[in-house]
Design a binder for this molecule. Structure first.
Ligand code: PMP
Length: 360
C-alpha cells in the first residue's frame, strides 16, 4: 500500500522527509555507532539533541527568556493535574472555560485540589462555538485562568484571547502548537502533547513563565513537580529520548518551511479550501460557527448517519483514512495538521464532490 492521506486527530501524519531522515539515522546516528534509541540520555550526543530541540522551540515560538521549556511524559492529560498542583497553590482557585472534553477533564482534575470556577461553557450546543466571555465574571484572585485553545474533537478555536489582566492565562495548545503564530508572552503557561504537530506520542512540551514555578503543593509527587524538571533540564529521570529526537527533526522541518508564520499561511490556505467547499456543498455541512473555526480539526456532517457511514467507508477505500468523527459527536472530522500536504486537502475535496454527485 502506498502512503495514505491520514486525517487522524492524533497521533497523526508526520512530514515524510522527517520519517525518511529518522529511518536513515535509525541504526547508526551520525556515525556514532548506535541508534538514538540506544543512547544514554546523559551522553554528549544526546545532550546535543535535547538542547537543540529546546533551542528550536525557543526560536520557532519566539519564547521569551523568562520562560522555561520542558519535555515531560504522562501525556497532555498529566498537565490537568500538574497545573493545579504547581500553579494553583496560592489562592487555591482557578477559572476555566469549558469548550469540550479536554477542558472538562482539566476542570475535573483541578477540582480534586482547588476551587474551580466554570466561567462559561458551550455544552448547550455540543461545543460548536467558543462562548463569549464576560470579564466581570472572572475571579480576580484566581491563581490562573485556563482555556483549551483549539478543541480537537469539536473543531473550535479561540481567535481572541480572554483578557485576564494579572491572572496568568494557561492554554492547552495540543492540537494547534506551531500551526500558527502565538504570542507566548500573553500566557503564564502553554503546553501541548506532541502527537499532532510535533512528533510521536510520549512527549509533552511545556512552556512556563518562571515566576509560576516553585510554589507547588506539599502533596505534589516529585515527577509532577515543574521545579524538579526545571532543575534537572527535563532529565530528572530518563526522558522520552526518541520522541524528543523526532520532535527536533519536525522542528527542523518547520524551520525549513520558513517557520511558524509560513506554516500558518499554508494552514490557512488548506483550511479555506475545505471550509469553502463545506459552505458551498448541498450535502456536506461544517458543524462549527464560522468565527470560531479551527484551522486544524474540521468536523462535518451530511445530516444522514447512513450517508456518513458510506462516506467514511468509501473515502477510506480511496486512500483518505481516519475521517470518522469522534465517537462522542459522530459524522466526520478531517484533521489537517502541519504535515498534511495541501494536495491531500485538494484531493479530499475532489473526492467529496464526486461522492456528492453520485449520492444525490
Ligand atoms: N488536550 C487536547 C486538546 C487533546 O486533543 C488531547 C488528546 N489528543 C489531550 C489534551 C490529551 O492528550 P494525551 O492523550 O496526550 O493525554
Amino acid at each position: 500500500m502506498d502512503r495514505v492521506y491520514n486525517f487522524s486527530a492524533g497521533p497523526s501524519m508526520l512530514p515524510e522527509s522527517v520519517l525518511q531522515k529518522a529511518a536513515d539515522q535509525m541504526v547508526n546516528y551520525e556515525g556514532c555507532g548506535m541508534s538514538v534509541m540506544e543512547m544514554s540520555h546523559r551522553s554528549k550526543d544526546y545532550e546535543a539533541i535535547i538542547n537543540g530541540c529546546e533551542a528550536l522551540v525557543r526560536e520557532l515560538m519566539n519564547v521569551p527568556d523568562n520562560y522555561k521549556v520542558l519535555f515531560l511524559q504522562g501525556g497532555a492529560s498529566s498537565q490537568f493535574t500538574m497545573i493545579p498542583m504547581n500553579i494553583g497553590n496560592k489562592n487555591k482557585k482557578c477559572d476555566i472555560v469549558v469548550t469540550g472534553q479536554w477542558a472538562k477533564k482539566a476542570a475535573q482534575e483541578a477540582k480534586r485540589y482547588i476551587e474551580v470556577n466554570e466561567i462559561a461553557s458551550s455544552a448547550d450546543k455540543t461545543f460548536s462555538y467558543i462562548p463569549k466571555l464576560d470579564k466581570s465574571t472572572f475571579s480576580k484572585d484566581a491563581d490562573y485562568f485556563y482555556i483549551c485553545m483549539n478543541n480537537t474533537i469539536y473543531g473550535t478555536k479561540y481567535n481572541e484571547l480572554p483578557d485576564t489582566g494579572d491572572v496568568p492565562l494557561i492554554a492547552d495548545i495540543s492540537s494547534m502548537v506551531m500551526s500558527e503564530v502565538i504570542d507566548v508572552s500573553k500566557f503564564g503557561m502553554l503546553y501541548a502533547g506532541a502527537q499532532k504537530n510535533l512528533g510521536p506520542a510520549g512527549v509533552t512540551l511545556c512552556i512556563i513563565r518562571e515566576d509560576l514555578i516553585g510554589n507547588e503543593m506539599d502533596i505534589t509527587p516529585t515527577m509532577f513537580n515543574y521545579q524538579i524538571h526545571v532543575d534537572n533540564g527535563s532529565m530528572y529521570n530518563t526522558p522520552p529520548t526518541y520522541g524528543i529526537y523526532v520532535m527536533k527533526l519536525v522542528l527542523e522541518w518547520i524551520k525549513e518551511q520558513g517557520g511558524v508564520a509560513a506554516v500558518q499561511k499554508m494552514n490557512e490556505e488548506k483550511a479555506k479550501i475545505l471550509y469553502d467547499f463545506l459552505d458551498s456543498s448541498e450535502m456536506f455541512k461544517g458543524t462549527v460557527v464560522p468565527e470560531d473555526r479551527s484551522l486544524m480539526n474540521i468536523p462535518f456532517i451530511t445530516g444522514n448517519d447512513e450517508l456518513d457511514a458510506k462516506f467514511v467507508k468509501e473515502s477510506k477505500e480511496a486512500g483518505f483514512v481516519n475521517l470518522k468523527g469522534h465517537r462522542s459527536v459522530g459524522g466526520m472530522r478531517a484533521s489537517i495538521y502541519n504535515a498534511m500536504p495541501i494536495e491531500g486537502v485538494k484531493a479530499l475535496v475532489e473526492f467529496m464532490k464526486k461522492f456528492e454527485a453520485e449520492n444525490k
